[in-house]
Structure formats: structure tokens, C-alpha cells
Design a protein around this ligand. Sequence first.
Ligand SMILES: [Zn+2]
Length: 269
Amino acid sequence: MKTYQCPYCGQAYRHPGMAKRCMKKPLCRALNAPNGRIRREWEIQAGTVTIALFIASAAEDQSEGESKEKAKAVIAACDQICDRLRETLPVGKRVADAQAQRILDTAARVWGIGKKAMTVHLCEVIINLICDVEDHYREQWREGQDQEGKRLWTLLGKAVDSLYDALNPTNGECDESWRTPEAYEALRLTIWGPEKEARAPSVYLANDRIWVVARGRAEARDCLLRELGLVRPKLGGVALGTVLEDGRTVGDLVSLAPCIPAIVARTTA
Ligand SMILES: [Zn+2]
């Protein structure tokens, strides 16, 4: 009779689904049912890398010359993050495959794939998703934890920025720009799950001089467009514990906001 083995402990089962879900040994349990923290952190990082790899692979297929090289650089940065996830946040193949499938299903649903304009517009969405990961870890990184993770995510962020610039040298609006918020929301929901409570407000620095309090980047961009007419501000997240020149912390700026989102301060360059 044919049997199926657990890939981690070798236990034989008559049904392949049982072998995949084996919980016999501590290793199988850790990988097939990772604890809440590991699962959450893995979902956020692996989910974002999956979609970045997906679009970089499409860009690599579609382009030549500089864009192709930039796409390869994104793929290389993604590979480095994946290698590190295997070491620091190990999850079983079954958990990993299920998540990858959900993300690729959403990607396929949101976009028709293969058009050049789409790729540019996807890059923009991915830049925002990478920023979400950076926002999530910013406080930990500022405290000196996981500097290798910080280095790798910064590397990936820069690589996708360069790919975007190579695909869109005039920095113009592409045909599908109007779908960016819709695509972002769908992927954000798939990777991060429904927001359990309203997101805590974060502080963003736009174009190195305008301080905005908002719940997420999409809201900050919206506010800058409405209040100041800024179409593509350069938006950086700032850790709440960062101390400003006058001794206040960035977290103090949140209390200055009369409503959220709001522009709370400007500094002269
Ligand atoms: Zn097992």
C-alpha cells in the first residue's frame, strides 16, 4: 500500500493531506502550525516579497537593457530576503504555499498581466507595500534590533524605486494610474488581513519638510494632494520615538493633529 511521509519527521501516513499536516514532533508542529508572532511576521514579509518577485519577473520578461537589469536587481534583493526568512521565521511548505497562492490569486484578479503600463503601475503599488513593512518595523530598527532585516528591506525598496524610474523615465502618469489605490487596497488586505482596529496614526515627512499625521501612507498622500496639491510627494515614515531638534519627540506631533489626517508642521529647508 502506498504511504506518504511527513517531510520533517518521516512519519508515514496513508493520506497525503495527513502527511502535509503532521503534528507528531516539535519540528512538524513548529513548521505546520507556527505561533502567532512568527506567522504574522512571516505573512507580512513573505507576502510583500512574493508580490515584488511577481512583478519584477514580469518586468524582466517584458523589458530590455537598463529596465531588465533593474528588474534582476529586484529579484536578487527578494531572494536575499527569502533566504533570511527561511532562517529567522521558518514556516512549513504547506503554510508557505497557501499564502503564496492567495497573493497570486489577488494579483491575477486585480490586474490583467503583460501590459507595460501595468508594470509601472504595479511598481508603484509595491513601493507602498514595502513602505508598510518598513513602517511596521521602524521602531524596532531604530532601537537597534534586526539591522540585517533593515538593510535588506532598504535594499529592496531602493531596487524597486530604480526599476520604477527605469520603466517610467519621465515620471508621468501611466494609463492605469487611477487603479493604483484599488490595487493597493486589495493587496494590503490579502497580505495584512483586515485591520483589527483602526490603524494607529503614524507620522510621515513629505519632501523632507512637511510633517503629516495619518493612518497609513495612502491617507497621507491623499491629505497632501487635497491640502497642498502635491501629486507625488517623497514620503518617509518617521519612528515615533525619534527626538526632534527642539526636544519633542515625533510622537508628540500626533497630539498636535486637530484631526487625522492633518499636516502638523513644516520645516524650512
Ligand atoms: Zn511530522
